[in-house]
Ligand binder design. Structure first.
Ligand code: AMP
Length: 589
């Protein structure tokens, strides 16, 4: 959807947007956009019949000059929500344009280009100049364009700061700064650059921050650099089938050390014609590329470490079929315009449901069937459940292909190739002569068998070993006491007597987990939330009360995963200290 380069002119209706109202009267009804206070020239050219929720809520206060924190992901119409007020400000009251008035920061080159196109489009009726600047290419063209005069610059944070430091980014005329996809920018390590840019631009500016999630670091930036911002949250459309793609969603639970081998086998059976495999790091991308290449696939890696030229080369190879697997880190794949995908593979469970939806949205387009495959470690199995709940879609748990299935698939594949070859029996006389000669000494059946055996890819040593199934069957876990004894007696179970922190009753549907570490070790609730999110995959918002005392801490977790939390967290390290974790049992001390 919105991860593609926006076409010109803007598409009138996007998924999840209000459908156009059918025209019944001879005179069309007034466009509701007019009521928001925007310059009529901008509204007329828009081509949208109704503002999206974020546009309805954000545009009036933005026109009034308020700062804004918008909790909204892609596909919500947020670009128009911030661009239209920016453009309006530029042209209102025939304002004299003098230099760059707005900076929009975006996480990647692709997104910067995409946003710049959209903004230019929205501003077309009043003729504004928009420029995208990003790293990985020379400075001179960008500097020349800035000097020629532009109204709005869309930039990646690193390059923006470089240009500021070089004195090439005019700052005194800036009256608006937008942080688009702030959480992504933070994930890419741009926090300091963003703060530096905000400190360099005039304090009188209007600031808008958009983010799909609100980690504490973003709250910090908002608190420090925005002036009593309006807060707007756009709920995801959860109506049934709203985003339901025609995608078969499957997950495999395997131990980390088996993941690579497992993926090879799964791909052997799935035989994707073109797939993206998402992974976390550049090293992982390179490792996957090498292993899958050895397996006979044609993979190519796409990650942040590539130059623009290398990137273009990879994309070309993928588009033309020279490569069949694109191994990409999440961020490197953003904004890529790829249509014909048969498979999307998550080599790890994406940390957020949103990322998952976004990734798998790349298959099953235009009515084509697609397959989404996710590899999860036992620890990540909870996160899968979380994604199922959030998306209201089922992710089928499947078993990694066995040695026997693998062998069978190789045989089937060879048979398929032979069948295709037999569609044309116009064999040359050389070939016929050769077989005729052989048939004097061997049966035709044996000759065919020998030829087929040569065609079948030989199995490798690693393919002769079964991969153990690591699925956590929750039924087996129930009732098993966690390490250190004790068990969860259901919500509020055994919680009558409490020492200090334990005094509060357990919230409904939650169970308390004891962590033998507290303030004395410098522990804050945030450390516990972070550790549980990392190790177990439970997002902070699913946790309940957290009490930290000097020597221990109590964390409320959903009762049905409490034992799992204990199992995963026991013996883990928080702030470098090994922690004892067990179900909370009263009384203590
Ligand atoms: P965005 O979330 O800004 O990336 O926008 C997602 C898509 O929705 C883009 O293709 C926009 O052109 C489109 N769009 C934005 N606002 C509206 C609207 N009010 N009605 C219909 N489509 C819209």
């Amino acid at each position: 959807m919105s991860d593609e380069i926006v076409s010109t002119p803007p598409t009138p209706v996007a998924e999840g947007m209000p459908a156009p109202t059918p025209v019944v009267a001879a005179t069309p009804p007034p466009n509701p956009f007019n009521l928001l206070g925007l310059d009529p020239r901008l509204v007329k050219a828009l081509g949208y019949s109704d503002p999206s929720p974020i546009q309805r809520e954000a545009i009036p206060p933005l026109l009034a000059g308020k700062d804004l924190v918008g909790l909204a992901g892609t596909g919500t119409g947020k670009t128009a929500a911030f661009a239209l007020p920016m453009i309006h400000k530029l042209v209102a009251n025939n304002a004299k344009r003098q230099g760059v008035s707005g900076i929009i920061l975006a996480p990647t080159r692709e997104l910067a280009v995409q946003v710049a196109k959209a903004v230019a489009n929205y501003g077309k009726p009043v003729g504004i100049e928009v420029l995208a600047v990003y790293g990985g290419t020379g400075y001179s063209d960008q500097i020349r364009s800035i000097r020629r005069g532009v109204d709005i610059i869309v930039a990646t944070p690193g390059r923006c700061l470089d240009l500021i430091r070089k004195g090439k980014m005019p700052l005194d005329t800036i009256n608006t700064v937008v942080l688009d996809e702030a959480d992504e920018m933070l994930d890419m390590g741009f926090a300091e650059d963003i703060e530096a840019i905000l400190s360099e631009t005039p304090a009188t500016r209007q600031t808008m921050l958009f983010s799909a999630t609100m980690p504490p670091r973003i709250e910090d930036i908002a608190a420090k650099h925005l002036r009593s911002p309006m807060r707007i949250k756009v709920a995801r459309d959860k109506s049934p089938g709203a985003e339901a793609p025609k995608v078969r969603q499957t997950a495999y639970v395997v131990r980390r050390d088996y993941k690579l081998t497992a993926l090879g086998r799964i791909l052997d059976l799935e035989r994707p014609t073109s797939a993206i495999i998402f992974c976390r790091t550049r090293t992982e991308a390179d490792e996957l590329t090498e292993t899958l290449g050895r397996r006979g696939f044609k993979p190519m890696a796409l990650h942040g470490g590539l130059s623009q030229e290398q990137r273009d080369r990879v994309m070309k190879a993928f588009r033309t079929g020279t490569a069949d697997l694109l191994i990409a880190t999440d961020i490197a794949a953003r904004g890529l315009d790829i249509e014909q995908l048969s498979h999307v593979v998550n080599f790890d469970v994406p940390p957020q449901a949103e990322a998952y939806v976004h990734r798998i949205g790349r298959v099953g387009r235009a009515g084509r069937a697609g397959v989404a495959i996710t590899l999860a470690t036992p620890n990540e199995q909870y996160q899968l459940k979380h994604i199922e709940r959030e998306t209201n879609q089922r992710i089928e748990l499947a078993k990694v292909p066995t040695v026997e299935q693998l062998r069978q698939s190789r045989v089937d594949h060879t048979a398929e190739i032979l069948r295709e070859a037999l569609a044309d029996t116009n064999f040359t006389s050389d070939l016929r002569g050769m077989i005729g000669k052989l048939a004097e000494d061997f049966s035709v059946q044996d000759i065919a068998l020998a030829a087929a055996r040569m065609m079948i890819r030989p199995s490798r040593a690693e393919d002769d070993v079964e991969i153990p199934d690591a699925q956590r069957d929750s039924r087996n876990d129930r009732g098993r006491p966690g390490p250190g004894g004790g068990s969860f007696g259901g919500p509020g179970g055994g919680n009558r007597e409490r020492a200090r922190a334990g005094g509060r009753p357990t919230s409904k549907g939650m169970a308390k987990v004891f962590f033998g570490i507290g303030r004395d070790a410098g522990i804050t609730p945030r450390d516990l939330v972070g550790a549980i999110a990392n190790e177990v995959g439970i997002p902070g918002k699913d946790l309940g009360q957290i009490d930290v005392t000097d020597r221990f801490s109590l964390v409320e977790v959903p009762v049905d995963v409490a034992e799992y939390v204990v199992e995963v967290m026991e013996g883990s390290r928080i702030r470098g200290r090994k922690v004892h974790v067990r179900p909370d049992r009263a009384p203590r001390g």
